[in-house]
Design a protein around this ligand. Structure first.
Ligand code: PMP
Length: 401
């Protein structure tokens, strides 16, 4: 008579379990290098000033209400997101063969995009990088995909295994989806060069693979929003049809507002309209329609030149603080004479560094120093502050020697 009594315990999600362990730890010097969220030099979350300004305006606006949004979301938001991604002067926009739907964070957009490719296009195989953001595999498996990996990280080199990457794509079956990190790859902080992207595009075209970009860190790689979107723009220029899941969690600091956009580029405006109708149907059956708050903030900022200017500066502020922490950690480890080469700390880009610390060293940091980080050795660079940097550097030194 019991339905639930045989249910097995589902494994915990590492990054959330880590935050829980950090919160529960009473140690005064504890540091959480796990979760991928921006922190100020005081170690605090940052509500972007421009976000606060818009929220105050919204609170005072008598015309706003809590009616349902359309299934595809706020049109001004979707269009501004597409311009941010492809550039306002993109020929594909002028040709009316790009559109998008608002989604529940980057995650929701990846889910709906992969659902669409599986159910409507008939794709069955998806390729993800080794390593990748864990949820790429989770979402793909939940849909029923055969999940395969392309080589990405070369541990000896502490850099990109480009040859492995390209060879794995060459061996992929026609019609497979390839999940690509647009920029600031999570967790490695290593992106292909423009030349390498061009070669990848050739193979993807030749082998008839489908490019699905995950754009969760626009602005965090170079500090420049336009520059960071280059890979997607290049693929569009090369005539690809593609999907792109955009997230504003990081670059707007809107983590819990679930603010995303699924952009699709197709071959004609007629095809685009049909694709949109199918994606809307999937959204209707999944979450029916999207939340308003975060997307209205983003839309207001993106559609107002002076807010936009302010936001680009905020993004730069975040990117630059991360860069500074990279330099400081690198300098400190060199000054300590920590064994090994730590140049990858400054070469890697975006929010994370893939330190190369092994599970034993990670365990040592957690147990001896109350420094919490993922088993893979990935650390969130902006969890470092001018106050905890020496403590963390010394601990890493101890862990390695
Ligand atoms: N893709 C990557 C690579 C990410 O790192 C993240 C967030 N950690 C996401 C997608 C999902 O972002 P969101 O929180 O907007 O769902």
């Amino acid at each position: 008579t019991n339905f639930f009594s045989d249910v097995d315990l589902s494994p915990p999600i590492e990054v959330f379990a880590l935050t829980q362990a950090y919160n529960d730890d009473p140690h005064p010097n504890k540091v959480n290098l796990g979760v991928g969220a921006y922190r100020t030099d005081e170690g605090k979350p940052w509500v972007l000033p421009v976000v606060k300004t818009v929220e105050n305006q919204m609170a005072a606006d008598p015309t706003l209400n809590h009616e349902y949004l359309p299934i595809a979301g706020l049109t001004d938001y979707v269009n501004a997101s597409i311009r941010l991604l492809l550039g306002a002067d993109s020929p594909a926009i002028a040709q009316n063969r790009v559109d998008g739907c608002q989604g529940i964070g980057g995650t929701g957009c990846i889910r709906v995009g992969l659902d669409f490719l599986y159910k409507i296009i008939g794709c069955r195989v998806v390729y993800v990088s080794t390593p990748t953001w864990g949820n790429h595999k989770g979402i793909s498996k939940a849909i029923g995909y055969d999940v395969r990996e392309y080589r990405y990280w070369d541990n000896d080199k502490r850099g990109l295994n480009f040859e492995g990457y390209i060879n794995d794509l060459k061996a992929a079956p026609s019609g497979a989806v390839v999940l690509l990190h647009t920029c600031a790859h999570n967790p490695t902080g290593v992106d292909p060069s423009k030349e390498q992207w061009a070669k990848l595009a050739e193979v993807i075209k030749e082998k008839h693979l489908f490019p699905f970009f995950d754009c969760a860190y626009q602005g965090f790689a170079t500090g420049n929003l336009e520059a960071d979107a280059w890979p997607v723009r290049y693929f569009v220029e090369q005539g690809f049809e593609l999907l792109c899941a955009q997230s504003y969690s990081k670059n707007f600091g809107l983590y819990n507002e679930r603010t995303g956009n699924l952009t699709f580029v197709s071959s004609s405006s007629d095809v685009c309209m049909k694709v949109k109708s199918q994606i809307k149907t999937i959204i209707r059956q999944t979450w029916s329609n999207s939340p308003n708050h975060g997307c209205r903030i983003v839309s207001t900022v993106l559609n107002n030149p002076s807010f936009y200017e302010e936001w680009s500066r905020d993004v730069k502020t975040m990117a630059e603080r991360i860069l500074l922490m990279r330099q400081r950690l690198h300098e400190k480890l060199k000054a300590l004479g920590t064994p090994g080469n730590w140049d990858h700390i400054v070469k890697q880009i975006g929010m994370f560094s893939y330190t190369g610390l092994n599970p034993r060293q990670v365990d040592f940091l957690v147990k001896q120093y109350h420094i919490f980080l993922l088993k893979s050795g990935r650390i969130n660079m902006c969890a470092l502050t001018t106050k905890n940097l020496d403590y963390v550097a010394n601990a890493i030194h101890e862990a390695v020697t």
